[in-house]
Design a protein around this ligand. Structure first.
Ligand SMILES: Cc1cc2nc3c(=O)[nH]c(=O)nc-3n(C[C@H](O)[C@H](O)[C@H](O)COP(=O)(O)OP(=O)(O)OC[C@H]3O[C@@H](n4cnc5c(N)ncnc54)[C@H](O)[C@@H]3O)c2cc1C
Length: 415
């Protein structure tokens, strides 16, 4: 096959925000880029299929983790909230992302939501939080707000990484979906290619540079299969719970989530409004043994607590396991206490917390341990660029950070 004979300039594994951004930057400069993606194009939320594909998985003690295995990666499922990379954290590793963030600000639809687009539940929660003295600020969203009208939030209005994948392909990159990379091909201390199951067939593909952007779980697994065993020893996943309550006198249900909130940096958690998509709401009600709440989506308001969990657990041979520490649980309890206070003040009743889930696996191939500050591994020509390189515990929306890391790596590789 032609893609097999070619010696690619760069093979990028994974099409989430990091892989897509990197492919776009490098393809624009007329390099031969091959993008390998395990999943296929899928914009749906189909829970049985997500369980089957391991997009939703159990990680221990009944707790779940969600990530996307599809073109665009997890950004197809995400809530589109942007948080700027913490400069001091990256400065410790000699990394300055400020120029990359400025570029992204020019390219992406990043802004807090206009007041008229904020839904009724998020508005009530914000009023209540401000009234109680919280610094409940609007958050930047990855949303083309001109495509939205009050109460109408088309899926296409929210930026996701498929847009960058399309740009990369338009600039000449080749995308192969249903193509799972199993290991890196090594020649002494050099990485020279990857082994992959491409649309059902075993292939060896060669390139001058290889970048793993297979996400917080995927990259660690490929590194381990390639002999880098310290990858996957410990990770974070930013567990969340949602305190949900019922309120009268408003019609909620379909609104833009994570519009505003507060980051409790010292305490180690974040609070934001969160109205779940209906199907996910129903699943969470059942999981929390509240079948009678399944039909009350339109009366529900919720606050999400996202905790900065410690690095722990392991990703080994496809098994992802994490037991949360006492300190993680304490942070969650503190966050739940504040969320309940805000919801009760907003008039919500019959509060309960959903079962913990997680949506940000990362820190499994940390800068300073598995890769250096140029994101290079111990093998020449092998780089990692995605949530897995985040060097410490995290607890924040990571998409803007991995996009900035990808911009920075692209400049380095193009030098
Ligand atoms: C419900 C939900 C809400 C979220 N909300 C937000 C939010 O509001 N803001 C925010 O910043 N973040 C949010 N996130 C998290 C965000 O989507 C991810 O952190 C981000 O997409 C990570 O990007 P990535 O490039 O590191 O990896 P991913 O997006 O996970 O992409 C990895 C890609 O690699 C592919 N892959 C994996 N293994 C292989 C392999 N062996 N071979 C080939 N391909 C492979 C996968 O299929 C996938 O396409 C949310 C996540 C979820 C689940």
């Amino acid at each position: 096959m032609s893609f097999e004979k070619k010696n690619w300039d760069v093979i990028i594994v994974g099409t989430g925000p990091s892989g897509a951004c990197l492919a776009r930057e490098i393809a624009k400069r007329h390099k031969k880029v091959l993008l390998l993606e395990k999943g296929q194009v899928d914009l749906s939320i189909n829970i049985p299929r997500m369980l089957l594909n391991k997009e939703m998985m159990f990680i221990g003690n009944g707790k779940t983790l969600v990530r996307g295995i599809r073109t665009g990666g997890t950004s197809v499922l995400y809530y589109g909230t942007a948080y700027y990379p913490p400069a001091e954290l990256f400065a410790k590793f000699g990394i300055d992302l400020s120029n990359d963030v400025e570029e992204l600000k020019r390219e992406l639809p990043l802004a807090p939501l206009k007041d008229e687009l904020i839904g009724p539940a998020a508005r009530k929660i914000r009023e209540s939080a401000l009234n109680l003295g919280y610094a409940w600020e609007k958050l930047d969203k990855f949303i083309d707000q001109d495509l939205c009208t009050p109460g109408n939030f088309p899926f296409d209005a929210q930026w996701n990484a498929t847009r960058y994948v399309n740009d990369a392909v338009e600039s000449g990159a080749v995308l192969l979906t249903c193509s799972e990379v199993t290991r890196v091909i090594l020649n002494g201390i050099q990485a020279v290619g990857v082994e992959a199951i491409v649309q059902g067939e075993h292939r060896k593909l060669y390139a001058s540079k290889i970048v793993l952007s297979a996400g917080g779980l995927g990259s660690a697994q490929i590194l381990q299969a390639s002999g880098i065993n310290k990858a996957g020893e410990g990770f974070f996943c930013d567990p969340i719970t949602i305190v949900q309550g019922l309120a009268e006198g408003f019609e909620a249900g379909h609104e833009i989530p994570m519009v505003a909130g507060e980051i409790f940096t010292k305490e180690g958690f974040v609070l934001t409004d969160l109205t779940l998509p209906k199907l996910v709401y129903q699943l969470f009600s059942l999981q929390a043994l509240r079948p009678h709440r399944v039909w009350q989506h339109g009366k529900t308001m919720g606050i999400m607590i996202k905790v900065r969990d410690g690095i722990g657990g392991s990703i080994k041979r496809g098994r992802v396991h994490k037991v949360f520490s006492k300190s993680d649980k304490l942070k969650m309890q503190q966050g739940e206490g504040k969320a309940k206070e805000i919801l009760l003040n907003a008039g919500a009743k019959k509060l309960y917390s959903t079962v913990w889930t997680s949506a940000h696996p990362g820190g499994s191939a940390r800068i300073g341990e598995v890769v250096d500050s140029n994101l290079k591994s111990e093998y020449d020509n092998l780089y990692v660029c995605d949530c897995s390189v985040i060097p410490t515990e995290w607890g924040l929306p990571p998409t803007l950070t991995v996009l900035a890391l990808a911009k920075r790596l692209a400049k380095y590789l193009l030098q």
